[in-house]
Design a protein around this ligand. Structure first.
Ligand SMILES: [Zn+2]
Length: 393
């Protein structure tokens, strides 16, 4: 059984957390010099434990055991970019856990028949160009390369990424024999259950829609209430119905996060409103049923699907390895669905993938308030080390 070093884990975590830290949070935005600095920190840490580091065509760094060749590797990793004013744990925790777990496996001297790799993905947050999970989608062949290259201007150059290198990065997927990712929990389920870690079972399906409401714009003073067709009033009813529909379905969540009002003037009746709808649930049928209900209640609204993610089931073999490792480490764990996108979730339909969530006492995410205790973080690294050792045996 490999044993992680608490001292090294904490030192590495503190070093990475020192990059892009500001008074208002962590600001290692993708495709900026601070993401480059974090990637260079990763390179140094990986090389210090004897790994060989190279960059792929999407800009991600791969640190592999010497002689690994083309794999396939037993992989672990996450990302080093953050949201604007993000937290210290999202992404960084997964990268440091992966490095520490691999270090522990190498130090254990246990014989291995499969090479190991730590991947530091670029631009997981998608905060600048709405390109969430950029690098994992690139290798999974799920990135619209021409569209993103068109939209991102000069930005990709900072990691040496071009249209051609992005297309070529699809070749990387066959090097991934398995992928494990540790992530801070983005909620408080583990706190409520008294468990340090959660083993992801599903990535919840998600659908995004645009809803449009047509009314009639007119003067706010001279138009009596009786004759009005106020599109915003109808949209307001819709928003309340969305909230109600999600609450009525166990495990479902639904959000109207953006709204555009036309003409958007103080003394005009809104004639047209468009809003977004994001709906997620552990089962895809629940999402579809929720939206069908809304269509039924608002027959005059135009509700169009913008994107659809059918979710993913995490690999049962990897989950079993994580459970076995947690048991031998004496760490309390349980199943936990993921309601947010992650690189592991992008890879899951293509290669065996699994995730470990770490208890987050504040339940906060994408803010500096997100948190996990040192004990829980080190436990996650230890559980990952045990699983990696088993998978590489
Ligand atoms: Zn993340």
């Amino acid at each position: 059984m490999p044993a992680v070093s608490r001292e090294r884990f904490l030192r590495w975590f503190a070093e990475l957390a020192g990059i892009g830290r500001t008074d208002t949070g962590w600001n290692r935005l993708a495709w900026t010099p601070l993401e480059v600095e974090a990637q260079e920190w990763f390179r140094g840490a990986a090389e210090s434990i004897g790994l060989e580091v190279r960059r792929d065509g999407a800009g991600s760094l791969w640190a592999v055991t010497p002689g690994a060749g083309d794999g396939p590797y037993v992989c672990a990793g996450s990302h080093v970019d953050t949201q604007p004013d993000g937290g210290a744990y999202d992404g960084a925790l997964g990268v440091v856990c992966a490095l520490e777990a691999v270090a522990a496996v190498l130090e254990s001297g246990q014989p291995r028949s499969r090479p190991l790799a730590v991947i530091s993905f670029v631009d997981e947050e998608g905060a600048r160009f709405r390109t969430a999970c950029f690098a994992s989608r690139a290798i999974a062949g799920e990135l619209d390369v021409d569209a993103v290259i068109g939209a991102m201007g000069e930005a990709p150059k900072i990691h040496g990424v071009t249209r051609e290198s992005l297309l070529a990065s699809r070749e990387e997927l066959r090097r991934v024999g398995a992928f494990l990712e540790v992530h801070v929990e983005q909620g408080k389920a583990l706190v409520d259950r008294g468990q340090a870690l959660g083993i992801a079972d599903v990535l919840a399906p998600r659908s995004r829609y645009r809803a449009a409401f047509e009314g009639e714009s007119n003067h706010a003073g001279t138009t009596p209430m009786a004759g009005r067709r106020d599109a915003l009033v109808e949209a307001a009813r819709f928003i309340l119905a969305v909230d109600e529909a999600a609450r009525a379905r166990p495990g479902a969540v639904a959000t109207v996060g953006r709204i555009e009002v036309s003409p958007g003037s103080t003394n005009s009746i809104p004639g047209r409103v468009e809003c977004t709808l994001d709906a997620r649930a552990p089962e895809v049928e629940t999402v579809e049923d929720l939206v069908a209900g809304l269509r039924g209640r608002f027959p005059d609204a135009r509700i169009e699907q913008e994107s659809r993610n059918t979710g993913a089931r995490f690999d049962s073999g990897l989950r079993a390895a994580l459970y076995a490792s947690a048991e031998s480490a004496g760490v309390p764990v349980g199943d936990l669905p993921s309601f947010a996108g992650h690189d592991a979730g992008i890879l899951a339909p293509h290669v065996p993938a699994a995730m470990i969530f770490v208890r987050n006492p504040t339940g906060a995410s994408h803010t500096p308030a997100e948190f996990a205790s040192d004990d829980d973080c080190v436990a996650a690294a230890q559980v990952m080390a045990g699983a990696l050792a088993e998978l590489a045996r």
